[in-house]
Design a protein. Structure first.
Length: 322
């Protein structure tokens, strides 16, 4: 073929290929997903969710996972985030942000009114871990111990509340360190234990229990009633060396975005989450407990795109979320 003929034939093909790649790049939607510190169950959930959304949308939506120091930080960042920002938090923190209460009392911002719900994720479960070969113990075992509870997270505030509630506030030495350093600090003997709020089985506890004996605190029925939080049972055998059931407490958690996300993206995210839920549960058990009924725990309102999916799927949505 003569060079000029080959060039003439190839030029339209080159233009078409370039245009196709350009359109594909434009079609890809990027979403920031902020959840928890690396090594925790919620960070691992973010990894799993990112892959599920990528597969379920044929790479049309890409979730970029960002490490976080906890739910308060996730909600606080609503003030500055633009575009497609998805974050996880207990619904109670959304209520507090919108009302300018609790950790948001000194940092009120109209952007908090733009928070919109998408779907539930596995609940936060309180774990009290000690570096002792004692299996399941009572909370009094924390007395005179050096315990890391983290900073600025729901788990840290809840752990501090429990210590005060059960008369351990004065006898427990609380380590001044971020939660992420807990496993290494326990293995190195720098602390006696740590508290983490995460769905079970949580990776950082499995990591510790694989290398050293641990004990876990189990609360009595009366103590659970005193906390005012829902009961959660961690089945025996969930963690190495913990053969008995552990009674503790939990808190619902939701995935939220803001009204800056367009309706189609919110619709596709929500639809893909529910369509991929069973496949995720086959890989990791904690997704199996997610049901549409848990929407009743959501604070604020649903994003219109998410609401569209629930209506199409025939899922009952509380009027307060519309």
């Amino acid at each position: 073929m003569l060079p000029f003929i080959r060039s003439a034939l190839c030029t339209p093909l080159l233009v078409a290929t370039t245009l196709s790649l350009s359109l594909a790049a434009q079609a890809e939607t990027r979403v920031t997903y902020k959840s928890a510190t690396a090594g925790t169950a919620y960070y691992q959930m973010g990894v799993e969710l990112s892959e599920a959304i990528r597969q379920g949308t044929d790479d049309a939506i890409i979730l970029t996972l960002e490490e976080s120091q906890g739910s308060v930080q996730n909600v606080m960042e609503v003030m500055a985030r633009q575009g497609n920002y998805v974050f996880t938090t207990p619904p109670a923190l959304v209520d507090q942000a919108m009302a300018g209460e609790g950790p948001f009392a000194e940092r009120q911002n109209p952007r908090f009114q733009e928070i919109r719900g998408l779907f539930p994720i596995p609940a936060i479960t309180m774990h009290f871990i000690l570096g002792e070969d004692k299996g399941v113990v009572g909370i009094e075992e924390l007395e005179d111990k050096h315990i890391l509870i983290g900073r600025g997270t729901f788990g840290a505030r809840e752990a501090a509340r429990y210590l005060a509630l059960f008369g351990l506030e004065e006898s427990v030495q609380v380590a001044d360190a971020a939660l992420g350093s807990g496993p290494d600090a326990l293995k190195n003997g720098q602390i006696d234990g740590f508290v983490t709020a995460s769905s079970y089985p949580t990776p950082n506890i499995i990591e510790v229990a694989a290398g050293m004996p641990i004990a876990m605190v189990s609360l009595t029925d009366e103590q659970i009633d005193m906390t005012g939080a829902p009961r959660q049972v961690i089945p025996g055998g969930t963690y190495p060396g913990i053969d008995e059931d552990v009674q503790t407490t939990s808190l619902p958690v939701m995935a939220y975005t803001t009204s800056q996300m367009d309706d189609e993206t919110a619709y596709t995210l929500t639809k893909t989450f529910w369509e991929r839920r069973d496949a995720m549960a086959e890989e990791t058990a904690w997704w199996g407990g997610i049901t549409p009924d848990q929407l009743e725990n959501m604070a604020g309102m649903l994003h219109p795109g998410a609401l569209r999916y629930y209506e199409e799927a025939g899922i009952d949505v509380p009027e307060s979320l519309r």
